[in-house]
Design a protein around this ligand. Structure first.
Ligand SMILES: C[S@@+](CC[C@H](N)C(=O)[O-])C[C@H]1O[C@@H](n2cnc3c(N)ncnc32)[C@H](O)[C@@H]1O
Length: 410
């Protein structure tokens, strides 16, 4: 019988491998793709986010009690929170990036004064261009002068200044999100995998045009919005120390993958527009990297699978072991917080990607399952949602790497 990529990714033996279940029906849902056409979810394109349906499917499959509360310690742009709200679940999120927390909370806003919003949109669109007193903040890792044309630089700040003066907070946030969401399109930059690059784009639409269109599309969504009677909020914080005030029924989350993505750099242009100088320098000091903490601290966790994996890292150029150790030490800390915050019987779904290193694959899903079990979770199953090939050192299709959903129960 022909073995597909999913089969190839499931080893014949080893700890927790009997819990691996092929679930290609989750393949598209662990990506942002489906959200691009959904009202509200499409307000900000966050490539690292997952689909609304993923949350809905997990709520059903895990049997989260109706009206319960769901926690997402790495809430990104709030897709878990919004999906829960739309199904009348309460939700609490935590996110370290101010951009993510802002986008989340703006997507969760309800009960707009639609007429007032329409009027403010008309007003902002009618401004004749002029100079602005605002200045760009240097994000430190990308050259603003190369990233934008002179016009785009001025116009983004021009609109930001007008938005700051909007009295109604809800409308102000709505407009600021619209402006943030067009920053990349208005720039000569491109997010490419885990990095942001300056590229020469042939046709750059003017800021005013992009902004007007975005406001129009978002306004259409607001008009169709329904009220949901539940609590939903994203808190700015660090998942390693954040604890919800009340016990929750479930946790659905996706931590940063072990793939060296630096979110602060990747979203540096938007952050430079959103934050002031002090906030940016604060954020830079935190130096958020692929692992969820900062600089390598050489921490370790008690995991047999991790010890075996680290022994296999045989490339002297890869200074990964400390970072890998730190990643799991940080994840262990977060998982303990989640364990403490979950009700007995509460479910915990972790969407994770395995990492490709020269000579070895780090089975993040299996290692987190082991860590979970050690702290008192029962490992229910590991849903294999997607499988891709590791391409390392010029060898394409070297070996398969899973993207999985680890399901634990307290
Ligand atoms: C894979 S993304 C989550 C995306 C989210 N599921 C969504 O749909 O938008 C991981 C998120 O974790 C955030 N993050 C990284 N380190 C963190 C920490 N220590 N505490 C809280 N959030 C953190 C990143 O900024 C990023 O937004």
């Amino acid at each position: 019988m022909k073995r597909d990529l999913f089969d190839l990714s499931i080893p014949d033996g080893g700890a927790y491998t009997d819990l691996l279940v092929k679930r290609p029906d989750y393949q598209r849902l662990v990506t942002f793709v489906e959200n691009k056409k959904e009202p509200l979810y499409s307000w900000f394109y966050y490539k690292e986010g997952f689909a609304r349906e993923l949350v809905w499917k997990l709520l059903d499959e895990m049997g989260v009690p109706e009206g319960g509360t769901v926690f997402d310690p790495f809430c990104g742009t709030g897709n878990t929170l919004l999906a829960c709200m739309q199904r009348e679940y309460n939700s609490i999120g935590c996110e370290i990036l101010p951009l993510g927390a802002f986008v989340s909370n703006t997507k969760l806003q309800q009960d707009y004064d639609v007429e007032k919003l329409a009027e403010e949109i008309r007003r902002i669109n009618s401004f004749k261009f002029g100079e602005t007193s605002l200045k760009w903040v240097d994000p430190g890792f990308i050259d603003i002068n190369r990233a934008f044309s002179r016009y785009a630089r001025n116009d983004l700040l021009f609109f930001k200044e007008k938005i700051i003066w909007v009295e109604d907070e809800k409308i102000r946030n709505f407009m600021m999100l619209a402006l943030l969401s067009i920053v990349l399109q208005a720039s000569n930059a491109k997010r490419d995998g885990g990095v942001i690059r300056i590229v020469k784009k042939k046709h750059l639409a003017p800021v005013r045009y992009l902004f007007k269109n975005k406001l129009k599309r978002m306004f259409r969504d607001v008009k169709k919005m329904q009220h949901h009677d539940c609590f939903a909020k994203a808190y700015l914080g660090d998942a390693r120390s954040f604890e919800p005030d009340e016990k929750v029924d479930a946790c659905i989350t996706s931590p940063p993958y072990l793939n060296y993505i630096d979110y602060t750099k990747l979203y540096g242009l938007e952050l430079a527009l959103l934050l002031d100088r002090d906030e940016i320098s604060q954020l830079r000091k935190m130096s958020l990297r692929s692992h969820i903490g900062a600089e390598s601290r050489g921490k370790t966790v008690d995991s047999e699978l991790l010890r075996q994996t680290l022994e296999n890292i045989n490339d002297p150029l890869t200074k990964s072991p400390e970072i890998v150790g730190d990643y799991f030490a940080d994840m262990n800390q977060v998982m303990k917080k989640v364990h403490g915050g979950l009700k007995k019987g509460g479910k915990f779904a972790l969407v994770v990607g395995n990492a490709c290193l020269p000579g070895t694959t780090i089975d993040v899903d299996l290692i987190l399952a082991e860590l979970g079990q050690k702290m008192g979770f029962e490992v229910k199953e590991i849903l294999v949602a997607n499988v891709r090939w590791c391409d390392v050192h010029g060898i394409t299709k070297d070996r398969p790497a899973r993207e999985s959903i680890v399901v634990l129960e307290k």
